[in-house]
Design a protein around this ligand. Structure first.
Ligand code: ATP
Ligand code: MG
Length: 564
């Protein structure tokens, strides 16, 4: 499917907004719209999370509502402060400001504990002594009811005593759990006496050693929504089957009529990409990539370093819309979004990635001049700049052919081309080294063609980019390709997803020359290298060599664009 076709197929019809419109019409929640984004701080955010953030926070913005950032930090064994910090940085970078509405599930550990006590007192929760495997065996199957635990009918007094002992650290990990007492025969497996507290003698990144029992996600999520006054709790489809349990817990809180409403949408899957945090963590930990922000990673920090803009990601999220069925989005659509955004905003410069030296034999030695160049043809307000020209230049190696076919419109011996913004030049001679490799072209220029304008109506077919050798900034340019060569690397049953990693996903060119304009560039500045693509300055740039990352290649080269 082409990008255009795909765009048409997935045109946003936002059923979530339709639902909210209906709720507002019915006067629910006193007309309030309040959403949240609930990341678990066990990894860096990825483009799938960006979709969720844009949906949750974008929806609140659309309805002039509020949005909370809430860390779901109920599992201390995998969560770290580094992840909390990176998540905040990434959400802020996407352009969302949650103000002082920053919460942690761990803020509610005390309240959740009190709530568990209430359930025990009401005969709706019990301590089970059985090991996890036995509990799981007794769960039954979707078509066969579960088996009741022999501990299910303990008295409230006994349960209170045991739960207190769990909290006080009298038991080892896994020795006891607290379960909700709901229905072991429910057709919904999640309602079959789910575990709501487990023992973990693991320090927590925020509460330290205060707790050795931790609530399960299902026991924390809905209640946190409730306590924060969330009206629409938007999450991915896998939580649909948890919804009855979400509603059951909130129902037990029972102090008002207000109920947060869970609404599910299909998670984002991208072709040639793995998205699960567990898999991304594996890539990082085992050094298959250079950290969470490796520009090949689908993480927000990786995309940022690669040169993606917040707008390009938000536009992408808007474009793919929300659906109720899982599908796969072509990664080309994401690339299209950044190309479209950078086309409007990126400063143009000329840079040569695979240099071939050109000597203009009729240009005086030691002389140079400045030629005017357009900063962005899409945006006149970005103005013009001066580009130095001199006797020694670099052009792209593959813009020259010794024995060019007829349709090759670039440079060959005896052929004339335009150097963008500069002059018409004709190649007269090829200089080779002792191995027969071309090391230099000797050309003449037509002084009457200044600015690249034809002096007499004669036409040239090709326009090449170039840099002046003595003025150019030597740089390293990193070219990225997809990290996986398979469209759906995690879909192969017996083969590990890493088997499908693309061995050529990173190519580093260390002998590149960019026009002097980039000398003062800052980390993450965006450029279009004319004819080549969009590039940005890597934050790791230090010393004299600027490192550029290729964000995305250009769809069309000038030669094609010129023909129109
Ligand atoms: P992963 O499956 O990548 O490990 P997760 O769901 O465990 O992600 P959380 O930190 O719990 O990660 O996710 C926070 C929110 O982001 C959740 O509401 C989740 O539904 C949503 N989310 C996660 N992955 C995607 C995705 N690919 N597309 C859309 N939303 C997502
Ligand atoms: Mg999760």
């Amino acid at each position: 499917m082409t990008v255009k076709e795909q765009e048409e197929v997935v045109k946003p019809t936002n059923f979530i907004h339709q639902q909210i419109d209906k709720d507002l019409e019915e006067g629910k929640n006193e007309g309030r719209v309040h959403t949240r984004f609930p990341p678990e701080p066990n990894g860096y955010l990825h483009i799938g999370h960006a979709k969720s953030i844009c949906l949750n926070f974008g929806t609140a913005e659309k309805y002039n509502g509020l949005y909370n950032l809430r860390f779901d930090d109920t599992n201390p064994s995998k969560e770290e402060t580094e992840y909390v910090d990176s998540i905040k940085e990434d959400v802020r970078w996407l352009g969302f400001d949650w103000g002082d509405r920053e919460y942690f599930a761990s803020d509610y550990f005390g309240k959740l504990y009190e709530f568990a006590l209430k359930l025990i007192r009401e005969g709706k929760a019990y301590v089970d002594d059985q090991p996890a495997e036995v509990i799981s065996e007794q769960k039954g199957t979707p078509t066969r009811p579960g088996t009741e635990s022999p501990f299910r009918n303990r008295t409230a007094e006994e349960n209170l005593e045991l739960f207190l002992a769990m909290k006080n650290g009298d038991f080892k990990d896994g020795e006891k759990v607290l379960r909700a007492k709901i229905d072991m025969a429910s057709p919904n497996m999640h309602m079959r006496d789910p575990i709501i507290y487990r023992i973990m003698h693991t320090p927590h990144h925020r509460t330290g050693t205060e707790w050795c029992i931790y609530p399960m996600y299902d026991f924390a999520h809905g209640q946190s929504d409730y306590w924060e006054g969330i009206t629409h709790s938007i999450c991915t489809l896998e939580f649909e089957v948890h919804r009855p349990l979400y509603d059951w817990f909130v129902e037990q809180l029972k102090d008002t009529d207000y109920r947060p409403r869970q609404i599910e949408f299909a998670r984002l899957n991208l072709s040639y990409t793995v998205m699960s945090k567990r898999k991304l963590l594996e890539l990082v930990k085992d050094n298959h990539v250079n950290g969470w922000d490796d520009p090949r990673m689908p993480t927000i920090s990786g995309l940022r370093r690669r040169g993606y803009t917040p707008d390009s990601i938000r536009n992408f999220a808007e474009r793919i819309g929300v659906t109720k069925t899982d599908g796969m989005i072509d990664v080309a659509l994401l690339e299209h979004s950044v190309r479209e955004d950078l086309n409007k905003s990126a400063q143009r410069v000329m840079g040569v990635l695979n240099p071939l030296k050109v000597v203009i034999t009729n240009y005086p030695e030691g002389q140079s001049e400045e030629l005017e160049a357009v900063n962005n043809p899409e945006d006149e307000s970005m103005g013009k700049r001066m580009v130095p020209f001199s006797r020694e230049l670099y052009i792209e190696r593959d813009d020259f052919m010794e024995n060019p076919p007829r349709k090759f419109f670039r440079l060959g011996v005896g052929r004339e081309v335009r150097l963008r913004y500069a002059y018409f030049v004709t190649c007269n001679e090829v200089v080779k080294d002792e191995n027969g490799e071309i090391i230099e072209l000797r050309c003449t220029y037509d002084p009457a063609s200044k600015g690249g304008k034809s002096p007499d109506g004669r036409k040239v077919k090709g326009t090449l980019h170039w840099v002046s050798a003595p003025h150019a900034v030597k740089s390293e340019v990193r070219l990225y390709d997809r990290l996986f060569s398979d469209e759906n690397p995690q879909a192969h049953k017996d083969v590990d997803f890493k088997e499908f990693m693309n061995p050529d996903s990173l190519q580093s060119l260390t002998d590149c020359y960019i026009e002097p304009f980039v000398k003062t560039a800052n980390a993450l500045d965006h450029f279009q290298f004319e004819r080549l693509g969009y590039f940005n300055v890597d934050p790791d740039t230090n010393g004299d060599t600027i490192v550029f990352n290729r964000t995305v290649s250009l769809k069309d080269s000038w030669s094609k664009a010129k023909k129109k």
